[in-house]
Design a protein around this ligand. Structure first.
Ligand SMILES: C[S@@+](CC[C@H](N)C(=O)[O-])C[C@H]1O[C@@H](n2cnc3c(N)ncnc32)[C@H](O)[C@@H]1O
Length: 269
């Protein structure tokens, strides 16, 4: 599995759904109570996981625009059933180039998940400005925040995590990425500009039975460490071998820190 393949997104979807912070999600749902219909734009929708998790909790008259630049992911999203009593359309757009086009027309709520850690400070500023200019609320879920706990521990964990976090700051198509700084940067910006922000931890809690996602995550981290190049290759191999042995023995678990944010203009519900 590479990058944002459909297989990887499917593997992480149930963990993302479980991780979402309930207080933040409740605040989003409460803010929409009483709306006969809502218009939502989901930025970087992938195969549509945000719609799948939110639709059952939203008012029935919900109308989504799903935006992504990956046509194959968007095709999978287009194939899903519409929400009960609602509709969705897909929009192939490069959000780095065409954010403003993605936000065209009336919007009641902007959603995104696992996007903010990919974007640059300049792009986040652009998103904040565009959101404020339109006075829209935004629910940005599942931004990785740099916290990783692995059990059992290994002497190379800290070096691997440092490499992962350095890799997270590399350009992911929006300029140098905010990576683990994304959530705190977004919270600070929205608060300083007068938005009310509810936020909270939305960590993946992955147990010994979740072997497949652990194999993918650890392989991804080893390849990030190899690309960063601060660690001798033999150390990375030793670490990955240890991790795979622990998974096979049913003894491996991990927590990966994420943050959910709901920011809305003060004075709206
Ligand atoms: C980590 S995935 C998250 C997908 C989905 N939100 C989810 O939670 O399953 C990041 C998504 O960002 C999309 N993406 C990355 N760069 C993009 C860009 N420049 N314009 C639009 N979408 C982009 C990818 O195609 C991918 O679907």
């Amino acid at each position: 599995m590479t990058g944002f393949s459909a297989d990887w997104l499917a593997l992480r979807e149930p963990h993302d759904a479980r991780a979402r912070n309930p207080a933040v999600l409740n605040a989003v749902v409460a803010s929409l109570k009483g709306y006969p219909s809502i218009r939502i734009v989901d930025l970087a929708c992938g195969t549509g996981s945000t719609l799948r998790v939110l639709a059952p909790q939203f008012p029935t008259g919900q109308h989504w625009r799903l935006v992504d630049n990956d046509l194959s992911l968007l095709a999978r999203a287009a194939a899903m059933a519409p929400p009960a009593g609602g509709t969705f359309t897909t929009a192939p757009l490069d959000l780095n180039r065409d954010l403003e086009a993605a936000l065209d027309g009336p919007i009641d709520l902007l959603t995104t998940s696992a996007l903010l850690d990919l974007v640059s400070e300049a792009w986040l500023d652009r998103l904040v400005v565009e959101t404020l200019a339109r006075s829209i609320a935004i629910y940005a879920a599942l931004s990785y925040d740099g916290r990783i706990e692995i059990s059992p521990s290994h002497s190379l964990d800290a070096a691997i995590v440092a490499a992962v976090n350095a890799h997270q700051r590399r350009d992911k198509g929006f300029g140098p990425a905010l990576g683990p700084m994304a959530a705190s940067a977004a919270i600070a910006r929205f608060e300083s500009l007068g938005y009310s922000v509810v936020h909270g931890a939305a960590d993946w809690v992955i147990g010994p039975q979740d072997r497949e996602i652990q194999l993918e995550v650890f392989a991804g981290w080893a390849s990030a460490a190899r690309e960063i190049g601060d660690l001798p290759l033999a150390d990375t191999v030793q670490w990955l071998t240890f991790r795979r042995d622990e998974i096979a023995a049913g003894c491996s678990s991990l927590r990966v820190g994420h943050v959910d944010i709901f920011a809305r203009p003060i004075g709206t519900r």
